[in-house]
Write a protein that binds this ligand. Structure first.
Ligand code: GLA
Length: 393
């Protein structure tokens, strides 16, 4: 845990909200996530396999005695202190980043959990902005965790994920699935979470990488999910689901085996919709096989499935981009790279790779140079660790 972040939020709290004393202020952390496999399967009732990171969002917070809500972000210091109140939960365009914490308060309120007084809160994150490592989900889970702690709301970790997703879908206007909030709320050190998004049943699987590391590589191309092709993909999957519900009797694409998909797929006449559905079904089944491989200690097989996932996201789901493809394809050329794929929503953001320790310098050199030569600017490498869910720090 990086204590300096705690120091920063406390110092900032004293400056912005302390009014002479930081008495009663508490500090919190909630992680970002990286998904190992199972991409664009969550909203199709399929499986995902993400893990929480040790980077995320930090906060210092204290209840007030009136109904004011005051927010300050160290990262977005230009926005200054933003003030609103418990009596004003209408989503506003000018809300900017505070729609994430406010959305969570709104989602609690909707469930009958009323905050009796307002709150002052300082947030500081170390997830690179726009990297697709779920900084927004980490802020949502962080807020939910703070409310549970300060107001005594009786909600579980899974509830925190569901509430965060509700805020993101219905307050912030981004129609995401459950994966990011679940990974942040339910993270466990050195484990990935095998989650069935149709039922929210989950299981932890230890990620044992003897002599290897998880390396996240940032394209440094900002991805913007709101208003992007993400919702188009959801709509295309929904069309496929409706057609296959008619002929195969399924409720969700995630229920289909690859064989059943091949049997019924001709009912889908639109070639684009067909490709999207193929990805959703195959990726889900690939995730089941990958988790088995990991449980059996077969990282080689897991890595191959990661590569296959990228190819499917590139060719059938079409959510990669030139930058992500260069990173993955350059990584595949390097001996010592077991697997590499885009992670998260796509259209920018990061890849995740499993790399043997001794190959990491070569990986960074070759991928870094090839990327710069083709794209014109640098990518950034992070050797990441798998961390726990939210905590008081
Ligand atoms: C984004 C969404 C998630 C999930 C991924 C793709 O990260 O927030 O719900 O759909 O994209 O797997």
């Amino acid at each position: 845990m990086d204590l300096s972040f705690k120091e920063v939020v406390l110092k900032t709290f004293a400056e912005k909200f302390g009014e002479g004393s930081n008495e009663g202020v508490k500090c919190y952390f909630a992680p970002g996530r990286v998904n190992l496999i199972g991409e664009h399967t969550d909203y199709n009732g399929g499986h995902v396999f993400p893990c929480a990171l040790t980077i995320g969002s930090f906060a210092a917070a204290r209840k007030r005695s009136d109904r004011k809500l005051r927010f300050y972000s160290v990262n977005l210091d230009k926005s200054g202190v933003i003030e609103t109140s418990l009596d004003d939960f209408k989503p506003l365009k000018e809300d900017s980043w505070i729609s994430y914490p406010k959305g969570v308060m709104w989602a609690f309120e909707k469930r009958g959990f009323s905050m009796d007084t307002g709150l002052d809160i300082v947030i500081y994150g170390n997830i690179p902005n726009g990297s697709g490592l779920s900084s927004s989900a980490s802020i949502e889970v962080l807020t939910g965790f703070i409310l549970r702690d300060l107001y005594g709301f009786d909600v579980s970790g899974v509830d925190l994920a569901v509430i965060g997703q509700d805020a993101e879908n219905n307050y912030c206007g981004m129609n995401c699935g459950i994966m990011d909030q679940f990974a942040s709320a339910m993270g466990k050190e050195d484990n990935a979470i095998f989650l069935d998004c149709a039922t929210l049943k989950y299981e932890y699987a230890p990620v044992v990488l003897n002599g290897m590391k998880l390396v996240v590589t940032n394209t440094n191309k900002k991805h913007k999910l709101v208003g992007s092709a993400y919702n188009d993909r959801r709509n295309e999957c929904e069309k496929a689901r409706e057609i296959l519900a008619g002929v195969a009797g399924i409720r969700e694409l995630g229920e289909l085996s690859n064989e059943d998909f091949e049997k019924y797929k001709d009912a889908i006449k639109d070639p684009v919709v067909l490709k999207r559905a193929k990805h959703a079904v195959y990726e889900n089944n690939r995730t089941l096989v990958a988790v088995e491989a990991l449980k059996n200690g077969d990282i080689e097989e897991f890595g191959k499935l990661m590569n296959a996932s990228h190819v499917s996201l590139r060719d059938d789901f079409e959510v990669t981009c030139e930058e992500l493809d260069i990173l993955a394809e350059e990584a595949w050329k390097i001996p010592g790279v077991l697997g590499s794929r885009m992670t998260g929503g796509g259209f920018g953001g990061c890849t995740v790779s499993i790399v043997k320790d001794e190959a990491i310098p070569e990986f960074k050199k070759q991928v870094g140079e090839a990327y710069k030569a083709k794209v014109g600017y640098d990518c950034t490498f992070y050797e990441v660790s798998i961390g726990d869910g939210p905590s008081v720090i």
